[in-house]
Ligand binder design. Structure first.
Ligand SMILES: [Fe+2]
Length: 533
């Protein structure tokens, strides 16, 4: 962790549980308009902080006095609504260092994205919002540290499907007091599962397509107390994967062979809702139709650079998409392919993240002065030789195996530009992995040049454990695999080593599930490749 005065767990629990009903006590708010009189808690969806800079961060909330009201506006109507915010150096909000007005924008579902500046680097802050007599939970934010920081703790998460279980991994992660968390995608799921056992039911009982449907789905997730607690206590960085829009989509290509124009309208609704509900930058990430800039870079002093990449918006269409003979029940999107049967797999012009983002990522890696260089990535990067039903060597087209030329460009760039300690963190595959990354995965002499740590899902079902184990002898760069548990990864970082704990919960159908550590891996400074600890 940075030299942060991390509050005790009790203080965090107390602040996150605070009632919203009290009168506003702060003199800082005296000059603001009295605000409306609320019939319900306008802060029912909680608070969040993210996108830290050296002197600030983004504060988020979304006014929803009646969050489940029909029509998805959370009981809001009329023009944008000014509310007040306060920032303090203590978790009881006694020492307020900044206050002012923020706007809940009608155009974006009365969400607030307050870009804050003027604070000190490398420390936590606490904040709350006020409107009329209603006051939000107190949340914790952070600023990025300056050069010289020597410790960080962060968690990474992926794949929280509301229907399959309770979000106890989010609560356990928050209780470990990380400095921040990283969402790697599938923060929501767009469909409703009619096939597998569920303990909760998705809003509307069907797949989201419209803005109202995506808003109702995010509202349902944000009413989950564990997720709300995580956001209030833990600032976050976020990228997305496919299920924020639709399973296995690529750019404008959906998995159901939709007309790309119709799919882009759906993508616009989904991206707008992501923006409305996440603590992302208000100008930089503001959506424009179906386009939204999410990939971004964060420097934690010279200790760690984090490149948050977007693996969906700019990717080439999945290889051999749209061949009904190949669809295996998926329509478009991911499926197994053999290079012999799908020459498009090897087309060097195809890219996982688009050539412009590749250029941005490569420049960031080449110029980084950071001791650790993290790439926050949605889908499996290491090669995974699978066997198709015919027993042939095959690859999954939706992850980096479907874009081998793009991956090779990245690996060659890392090998040539030699950023210090490159580490890829990954979600999507609902299982833990620890992988060596190489320029040529099929050459045993190809040196390991980077590490990949893959976290399991928060609740989503894992891939078949026995089947995937049969793939491992053909994938010697895979040091660890387990798909049987749900949880997250907690990382403690120093200048000397990255230590990752693969944290698992006892049972996602138990709201009081307990926590344990399944495995631990370290990456030592200067020695690429995760090693069991
Ligand atoms: Fe997922």
């Amino acid at each position: 962790m940075v030299d942060y005065a991390v509050p005790s767990r009790r203080a965090l629990l107390k602040s996150a549980a605070l009632s919203t009903a009290g009168l506003v006590a702060s003199p800082a708010l005296g000059k603001l308009p009295a605000g409306p009189s609320w019939s319900g808690d306008p802060f029912s969806l909680g608070v969040a902080a993210g996108a830290p800079s050296l002197d600030g961060f983004v504060l988020w909330t979304r006014l929803a006095p009646d969050p489940l009201a029909a029509g998805s506006a959370g009981g809001m109507h009329g023009p944008s609504q000014p509310i007040a915010y306060e920032i303090a150096t203590d978790d009881s909000m006694h020492h307020i260092v900044q206050h002012g007005a923020a706007l809940a924008e009608a155009e974006f579902g009365y969400s607030v994205h307050k870009q804050v500046h003027g604070l000190r680097p490398g420390r936590p802050y606490w904040y709350r919002f006020t409107s009329g007599r209603a006051q939000s939970t107190i949340g914790r934010a952070m600023t990025l540290p300056e050069h010289g920081a020597d410790k960080l703790r962060f968690a990474f998460f992926s794949c929280s499907h509301y229907e399959y279980g309770y979000f106890s991994p989010y609560r356990h992660a928050a209780e470990e007091n990380p400095d921040f968390g990283i969402f790697l995608g599938d923060y929501i799921y767009e469909y409703a599962d009619k096939r597998r056992p569920t303990v909760r039911t998705h809003s509307g009982g069907k797949e989201c397509v419209t803005l109202a449907e995506y808003r109702a789905r995010y509202t349902q997730y944000r009413l989950d107390p564990n997720l709300r607690f995580l956001h209030a206590t833990t600032p976050s960085l976020a990228t997305w994967d496919d299920h924020e829009v639709q399973n296995d989509y690529a750019d404008k290509w959906g998995e159901d062979f939709q007309d790309p124009k119709a799919f882009l309208e759906r993508r616009a609704a989904a991206y707008q809702t992501f923006y409305e509900f996440m603590p992302v930058k208000p100008v930089f990430s503001r959506p424009h139709g179906p386009n939204m800039r999410l990939y971004d870079r964060y420097d934690f002093g010279d200790l760690m650079r984090v490149d948050m990449i977007d693996g969906r918006q700019y990717r080439s269409r999945e290889a051999c998409y749209g061949d009904p003979a190949k669809k295996e029940g998926h329509g478009g999107g991911g499926h197994q392919e053999t290079p012999a049967a799908c020459l498009e797999l090897l087309d060097a012009s195809r890219s996982m993240i688009g050539l412009a983002q590749e250029k941005w990522l490569f420049e960031g890696l080449a110029t980084s002065k950071a001791k650790w260089n993290l790439i926050a990535n949605d889908v499996l990067m290491a090669r995974l030789h699978q066997k198709n039903p015919a027993g042939e060597d095959a690859f999954w087209t939706d992850d980096w195996d479907g874009y081998p030329a793009s991956r090779t460009r990245l690996m060659l760039h890392i090998a040539a530009s030699k950023p210090s300690n490159p580490v890829v963190i990954t979600g999507d595959i609902h299982s833990f992995w620890a992988n060596d990354l190489k320029v040529d995965f099929d050459d045993p002499k190809s040196p390991t040049i980077a590490s990949e740590l893959v976290g399991t899902s928060i609740t989503s079902y894992g891939p078949p454990y026995e089947l995937f184990n049969t793939f491992l002898p053909n994938n010697p760069h895979v040091k660890f695999f387990d798909s049987r548990k749900r949880g997250y990864v907690m990382v403690d970082l120093t200048r000397e080593r990255l230590s990752a704990r693969y944290q698992v919960v006892s049972d996602i159908t138990d709201p009081n599930a307990s926590l344990s550590t399944l495995a631990s891996f370290v990456v030592e400074d200067g020695k690429p490749g995760p090693v069991a600890a």
